[in-house]
Design a protein around this ligand. Sequence first.
Ligand code: 13P
Ligand code: SF4
Length: 318
Amino acid sequence: MVELGKRKRDKNLLNQQLREKIQKLKEKRNAVILAHSYQIKEIQEIADFVGGSLALSYKAAQTQAKVILFCGVRFMAETASILCPDKIILLPDINAGCPLADMVTAKDLRELKKKNPQVKIVVYVNSTAEVKAEADVCCTSGNAVSVVESLKNMGEIVFVPDKNLGSFVKKKTKRNITLWNGFCPVHVKISAKDIENKKKLYPDAKIIVHPECIPEVVDMAEEGLSTGGMCKYARENTKIKQIVVGTEIGLLHKLRRENPEKDFFPASESVICPDMKLITLEKVYWALENMKYEIKISSDLRFKAKKAVDEMLRILPQ
Ligand code: 13P
Ligand code: SF4
């Protein structure tokens, strides 16, 4: 017991020293730290801004800093590089990827367009730059419904790569959408049984889930919302005191911090994204010290991928 307490104190001291070193390096490098809401709490606490994919893209585009240290996964850092070619984008762990993003390739999309040149490809931001370069318009979980609704051409839409978000959009928009067979291995862990159990445990709580969850789970929830949408829901619904949250558990830290008067419960304790959890304070310090790993999209690829991102920003300006 005494040993455990000492270890905890040592860890706290180490983290405090690291935070101070990171702060100094950040100033020296003229860097800003952007963190996705699925990051561990220590990272959320040192970040200049914590948010969902959509908000992080806008923040990256607006910052005056020279260096953007992106605490998230690779596709997010790539999106920042697409939007800010003059900035240095750093990802503290080069292995922080997104298995969902890897479920579709640029080659798949080229073959699809060859077979069906009329098709409109809507690409979820959780995708590689190469895939974005083959798509017509990009979207996030927060704006996918509006992006699809804005498409004038009533022909076939192919939504890549997430079949669950795609199915959510299809239901909301009633458009002719073909779904790609990709999924988030983290969000599909939430089962209908989990939701049933939480409903029994917290009968007064509202249930909100990410649209990357399976349709059965989304149908049982009050709303399907992006991480940014969940924060807004908690902030604006002042009368609601208890919320069951169906997404990666990192978001609960942000929700609790912003709404101390409310109770938040995870829909399932096992919804942990191993890629998001690769980023640590040590790696952030190392990344700023060594200016690694730089994520840079070649200008040719950037030009092509940016068209789909610009189209999203044109439809939904911030
Ligand atoms: P948001 O776009 O809602 O922030 O989610 C990103 C993500 O990776 C979900 O798994
Ligand atoms: Fe990718 Fe899923 Fe992790 Fe989000 S939670 S980064 S979609 S694997």
